[in-house]
Design a protein around this ligand. Structure first.
Ligand SMILES: Nc1nc2c(ncn2[C@@H]2O[C@H](COP(=O)(O)OP(=O)(O)OP(=O)(O)O)[C@@H](O)[C@H]2O)c(=O)[nH]1
Ligand SMILES: [Mg+2]
Length: 439
């Protein structure tokens, strides 16, 4: 998602992390880079200049919080200001409700209907889909296919010629569903006719949410569109779709933040799970490579008990990292997601990560590696460097695996050890704590 913007911002953070003293000259340079990156992402120039001024002023005039170095303070200022630029996190209804999706042709309404249904179901609600697009012949088939794909109840009609009538019958027929999602027809432009139809639909449905679907490639034009729809039909929020396929997403997001039409969800792929709530803090930390710190900590809380977290921290700090620790890490990984997603949550590390270690989907491999580690002697587990080829042979035999498997495991262990060292070397744990994180 937004690869160019992300790599630009990560470069900038790297530069900042490797700078010595931060003076006006350095700040000016950094701001110039930042302006270039944001303007390339189609962020409005005026917004960019205002942002630059605030960043400059805060970095040069504010006193860093106790314990923060000047560099860390600068990073925090840029992070804070970028978060503000893309808006505030919006409340999302997590109870029975009716949601009407509107937008121009091909903006992603029907796909988003499916994505939203899936999203709500994952949160324990019972979604239902209603197809109110009577204009495009294949629209009903498309919605039906999506509903079947995710096994969500739906109501469509190939006979009824009035969207309002379909909506009404949908409400009747889908009584068992508690989140009703209505897909509507698109148009080339927001003309009288579309506005009329949407107003009638809105009146008949009486939705709790009217979400405008806007594709990210509109860039900053999104602002105008959101304002027009809001004036004519009234919307409660925006979904920005197709963030995966354009360099202009930054423009669309920031434009909506200043339009009074808050972004509630984002879509970033054709697949139905390429969708999430829009959380500015999480979004920006991911972009700049500070990772999804808050979400991750929440997840971490679920799987690692406090005590375990403490020993893990101690280990990271003392530098001890043997195969027992590796096994523990593997088991944690299985519950938490990929190693890279965990490590991206650590400031500054996101950008330094070795590639190709996503184990989250490799259940089998993790199981196999645990069996291999279990077949080692206590001494081998504590001092993996003594494992030579004859020991590898024995371990493979003992665990019913191939020598190549044992070697692969050892290679990954070495990699994990390197990363552990890196985390310590950069004082990242201390850094995380300064951000108020209890690690
Ligand atoms: N890459 C990408 N493609 C998307 C995303 N959302 C939707 N699409 C694709 O965009 C195309 C249009 O999506 P639809 O959901 O049919 O859009 P719509 O607004 O319902 O279109 P109409 O009903 O014709 O107005 C489809 O090919 C989708 O697969 C997204 O987030 N990323
Ligand atoms: Mg559609």
């Amino acid at each position: 998602m937004l690869k160019k913007l992300a790599s630009g911002l990560r470069e900038l953070m790297k530069k900042l992390l490797s700078t010595g003293h931060i003076d006006e000259k350095v700040v000016n340079e950094i701001i110039k880079d930042l302006q270039k990156i944001l303007i390339e992402a189609d962020v409005n120039i005026e917004l960019v200049f205002k942002l630059s001024e605030r960043i400059k002023e805060r970095i040069l005039k504010e006193k860093p919080l106790p314990g923060f170095t000047q560099r860390e303070h600068a990073i925090k200022v840029i992070y804070d200001e970028l978060v503000k630029l893309v808006g505030e996190k919006q409340e999302i209804l997590l109870k029975p409700c009716k949601i009407l999706l509107i937008g121009l042709f091909g903006s992603g309404k029907t796909t988003t209907a499916g994505k939203l249904a899936l999203w709500y179901r994952k949160r324990g609600l019972r979604p239902g889909l209603v197809g109110c697009d009577i204009h495009r012949p294949a629209a009903m088939d498309q919605l039906e296919q999506i509903a079947k794909q995710i096994s969500v109840p739906y109501f469509i009609s190939r006979e009824l010629k009035d969207a309002v009538e379909i909506a009404k019958q949908g409400i009747e027929k889908l009584k068992k569903a508690d989140v009703l999602i209505f897909d509507s027809a698109g148009r080339d432009a927001l003309d009288e006719e579309l506005a009329e139809e949407l107003k009638r639909l809105k009146q008949a449905i009486n939705p709790d949410e009217v979400l405008l679907i806007i594709p990210a490639d509109l860039g900053q034009v999104a602002k105008k569109q959101a304002e027009e729809f809001h004036k004519l039909v009234g919307i409660t929020g925006v979904v920005i779709t197709k963030l995966d396929g354009t360099a202009k997403g930054g423009g669309a997001l920031t434009a909506c933040a200043t339009s009074g039409a808050p972004v509630k969800f984002i879509g970033f792929g054709e697949k139905l799970d390429a969708f999430d709530v829009f959380d500015p803090k999480r979004f920006i930390s991911r972009l700049i490579g500070m990772g999804d710190i808050e979400a991750l900590l929440e997840k971490a809380k679920e799987v690692i008990s406090k005590e375990k977290a403490k020993t893990l921290q101690e280990k990271l700090e003392t530098g001890k990292f043997d195969l027992n620790d590796f096994k523990e890490q593997l088991l944690t990984l299985r519950k938490m997601g990929s190693l890279s997603s965990i490590l991206e949550a650590i400031p500054g590390l996101g950008m330094a990560l070795p590639k190709g270690i996503d184990l989250s989907k490799e259940e089998e491999k993790i199981k196999k590696w645990c069996v291999i580690i279990d077949s080692m002697t206590k001494e081998e587990r504590a001092n993996p460097e003594i494992i030579n080829s004859s020991r590898i042979k024995r371990i493979a035999k003992g665990s019913g695996t191939k020598e190549e498997d044992v070697r692969e495991l050892l290679r990954h262990y070495e990699q994990a050890k390197k990363i552990a060292k890196m985390i310590r070397g950069r004082g990242m744990i201390k850094f995380l704590r300064k951000f108020g994180l209890k690690l």
